[in-house]
Design a protein around this ligand. Structure first.
Ligand SMILES: [Zn+2]
Length: 455
């Protein structure tokens, strides 16, 4: 699909490193017909030197707005969206039986799947999530439908059919290893048909977690991972009772991580969600295999799974992004998840010292560049550089004062005129929500528009 050449002007903010933001307050970014960034100028007037851009469309962030890279949600169960906010006092293993399996099993009804998947993709886009790593359910038609919906709505997505042949009720699991592999391959083939080069949608091999799969099932999926080179996503070391269960179910394995490693599932394209209770040896093995970690603080708190030690993971050189983990997590907003990551780190700091604290800049890094590395797309998304895709959101703040030019409809981020840009970003992270996300683009295509984009 060819797009209109567009020059975005105004304030651009992205993460320069884990700890620093790069803020350009009068810049310009040119995005070509393929949705790629063709030029970046720190002074918007330099645009006049560019050949062939005179008639390009202009999109201005205006005085109180800024462009920020789209968020990357590295772990979300699309099928569990109706349960967001519903978890009672459960913990992981009883939560699965009480809330999750009954809901997921109902996705054999395609009309219900369509209603839920359309909404979760629209909702995450409205929160500025330009890339999502989705778990669907065991059902092939519904998983295919999720891939189609992401493709048509324009969200970059990794879509995985959940593979599991034990632990869940008999009426909601794969009947055999053969049936499981056949179903997963059908979903992969469908995505290869709709997006042969995986420009937008990528299949991802998705064993639910070790206890849900027999040894044979894990081995078969590991073989598929090794044969296809496709990415893989699963859960690891989320809750202590689960870790105990894994030890009992896999007595031959030295650790939870080794269950995945010994079955071929631990590669540099593997995304491990939670990673709360890993031992130093397991972290070393994950680093050796260059597997990635999705930190899901809202879920870890909601299900009282534990507080992941993100500072330790980062200090040891592991690659970390953020995941909402709907519906273990209650929020589909990665901005809210960034806030949760900051607060969980502060709880860690209360027992371990200030070094554990994550800053606003670090949380935003995990939500963008960190997530890009987790999904293996750090050359294409996560920041504003020439050659990257324009996956971005335009954030608007709410000025209060004499020259007020917006009303309260742009959310709770009231700014009074004296704030620096980094203070405005802090206010956005702590008090903002989707009302501040005015527009969202993926590969240059406008995929969410809260109000008409000013042009
Ligand atoms: Zn999960």
């Amino acid at each position: 699909m060819s797009l209109e050449k567009t020059v975005y002007i105004g304030t651009f903010i992205h993460c320069q490193s884990l700890t620093e933001l790069d803020i350009v307050d009068n810049g310009a970014v040119g995005v070509d017909e393929q949705g790629k960034i063709a030029f970046v100028h720190r002074d918007r007037h330099a645009t006049s030197l560019e050949q062939g851009w005179k008639s390009a469309k202009i999109v201005d962030s205006l005085k109180h707005g800024f462009f920020f890279p789209g968020f990357i949600d590295t772990h979300i169960h699309a099928s569990q969206y109706p349960n967001a906010g519903v978890f009672g006092k459960s913990t992981l293993l009883d939560w699965l039986n009480t809330y999750t399996f009954p809901l997921e099993s109902s996705f054999n009804a395609l009309d219900k799947a369509a209603r839920i998947y359309n909404r979760v993709v629209a909702r995450t886009l409205s929160h500025g999530t330009t890339t999502a790593c989705y778990y669907a359910t065991v059902h092939v038609p519904a998983t295919i439908l999720l891939a189609d919906i992401c493709h048509s709505k324009g969200q970059r997505a990794f879509v995985g059919r959940v593979c599991m042949d034990r632990l869940s009720p008999e009426w909601y699991r794969d009947e055999s290893v053969e049936a499981a592999m056949d179903a997963t391959k059908k979903c992969i083939e469908h995505i290869e048909n709709i997006d042969p080069d995986f420009h937008l949608i990528t299949p991802i091999i998705t064993p639910r977690f070790a206890p849900s799969c027999t040894d044979e099932c894990l081995i078969a999926q590991g073989r598929l991972v090794q044969e296809t080179g496709l990415p893989c996503q699963t859960h690891i070391s989320e809750n202590k009772a689960e870790c105990q269960l894994v030890q009992e179910m896999f007595p031959e394995s030295k650790s939870y991580t080794e269950v995945y490693d010994s079955t071929g599932l631990l590669t540099n394209r593997t995304i491990l969600a939670h990673a709360v209770h890993l031992t130093p040896e397991e972290r070393a093995l994950i680093k050796l295999r260059q597997a990635k970690i999705s930190h899901c603080p809202a879920s870890n708190t909601a299900l009282t799974s534990g507080t992941a030690k993100v500072r330790t993971l980062l200090n040891e050189g592991l690659t970390v992004g953020l995941g909402t983990d709907i519906s273990g997590g209650y929020t589909s907003s990665l901005l809210a998840e960034a806030r949760e990551a900051i607060f969980v780190s502060r709880h860690n700091a209360m027992t371990e010292g200030d070094g554990a604290k994550l800053s606003v800049e670090e949380a935003l890094y995990l939500a963008t560049r960190g997530g890009a590395k987790v999904v293996g797309l750090e050359d294409r998304i996560g920041g504003f550089e020439v050659g990257k895709d324009w996956d971005a959101q335009m954030v608007m703040l709410n000025p209060v004062g004499k020259d007020e030019d917006l009303d309260q409809s742009v959310g709770l981020v009231d700014v009074f005129g004296g704030e620096s840009w980094s203070e405005k970003v802090e206010k956005w992270v702590y008090t903002g929500d989707d009302r501040n996300t005015m527009a969202v683009w993926v590969k240059g295509r406008l995929v969410h528009d809260r109000e008409r984009v000013r042009s």
